[in-house]
Design a protein around this ligand. Structure first.
Ligand SMILES: Nc1ncnc2c1ncn2[C@@H]1O[C@H](COP(=O)(O)OP(=O)(O)OP(=O)(O)O)[C@@H](O)[C@H]1O
Length: 340
């Protein structure tokens, strides 16, 4: 099951009539990678996943798995398995029969397929529920069964479409740890679609940030966070400020920005709002002269804001008031130039 694979997309694009969902992307995933396709709604991540799965035919380009061109193969022939957003278990079949279903379709003998299904239920800690119907399971349990069912086809690549989005925040964090463990134990390539940068950072070893059908940046999470390549990436992953300078736009992490008295060197700013977050305090800043936030409508009316993220103890030594004028500063070494 853990045979080395290498999934590659070359010039992959998908048009729906006039609309370009995916605009010719190139991507190579090392065997055994945990890859997250990350981006806002409509950026083309689901279309990309569906083309890898074979549920959608590309307008142009290729999907290669282990060097083999699988672009035109049916979903069942290509060595990928998809775990869907809605778990889509058969309601009238027991958990065990749901998992064994694909092997039954292939004509695998009953004892053999049930043994395989039990082993997979064991992996996802669902053996005790083998005889239950899906309706008698929680969302997280249904998801585990859906995973076991996808693994039954012995895929080389597991495709996950927003697998955590239907779960409550507590369960989501628990399932993140489970996904990491399954990935480690199975050693196969996972491709996981998400719009949550937090989820991508927590899980992936390869984060692929997409925007308007293109890849803005692909790299290890730390690299994407520490060196966002474009303004879009810096803003989408958050916790960064973007400044226009004579040499071009630069990004600086908001926890690397400091505040000083207005007469000090730095960018003149004014406090718009202060947001207490426990370990840190976020100080929202606007150019001087802008009105400090007084109600919610104002929030949207003043977009060019920056944030200084200050450690709570530092902030509380010198609390700030909306409207207060300050100087926003950063070290040259913490600034890096954005492309485009
Ligand atoms: N069957 C379709 N027919 C026409 N347009 C489509 C179709 N499927 C997707 N699109 C369009 O293609 C673009 C990319 O869609 P896609 O579902 O890949 O984005 P996404 O990043 O997965 O978004 P979401 O997070 O909302 O699912 C969108 O503008 C969408 O409206």
């Amino acid at each position: 099951m853990s045979e080395p694979t290498d999934l590659a997309l070359t010039g992959l694009s998908k048009h729906y009539g006039e609309a370009v969902a995916v605009a010719g992307i190139d991507l190579a995933m090392p065997a055994g990678a945990y890859c997250c396709l990350l981006g806002p709604s409509g950026c083309g991540k689901t279309s990309t996943l569906r083309m890898i799965a074979g549920h959608e035919q590309p307008t142009a380009g290729q999907v290669l798995l282990g060097g083999r061109d699988i672009t035109r193969l049916s979903p069942a022939e290509r060595g990928t398995a998809m775990m869907f957003q809605s778990y889509a278990l058969f309601p009238h079949l027991s958990v065990l029969d749901n998992v064994a279903f694909s092997a039954r379709m292939k004509g695998v003998a009953r004892e053999e397929r049930l043994a395989q299904a039990r082993a997979l239920l064991d992996l996802v800690a669902m053996q005790p529920y083998a005889q239950r119907l899906p309706a008698a399971l929680s969302g997280g349990q249904q998801q585990r069964v859906a995973l076991a069912r996808a693994l039954m086809t012995r895929p080389r690549v597991l495709l996950l479409d927003e697998p955590l989005s239907a779960l409550d925040p507590f369960l989501r964090i628990r399932m993140r740890a489970e996904l990491q463990r399954w990935h480690r134990e199975l050693g196969m390539t996972f491709v996981h679609v998400t719009h949550s940068q937090e989820e991508a950072m927590a899980l992936a070893d390869l984060v692929v940030v997409m925007n308007h059908g293109r890849i803005e940046q692909a790299g290890p999470p730390r690299e994407v966070f520490e060196r966002p390549r474009t303004e879009f990436v810096a803003r989408f992953i958050g916790a960064h400020n973007v400044f226009a300078t004579p040499g071009g736009r630069i990004a600086v992490r908001s926890d690397r920005c400091t505040l000083a008295a207005p007469e000090e060197n730095g960018l003149a700013v004014q406090v718009r709002a202060v947001e207490y977050q426990g370990q840190q305090v976020l100080v929202h800043l606007v150019p001087p002269g802008d009105q400090p936030a007084t109600d919610e409508a104002d929030d949207e009316a003043t977009p060019p804001a920056w944030v200084a993220s200050l450690p709570d103890d530092l902030y509380h030594r010198q609390p700030l008031e909306p409207g207060q004028r300050l100087s926003l500063r950063w070290h040259e070494a913490d600034a890096h130039l954005l492309v485009g």
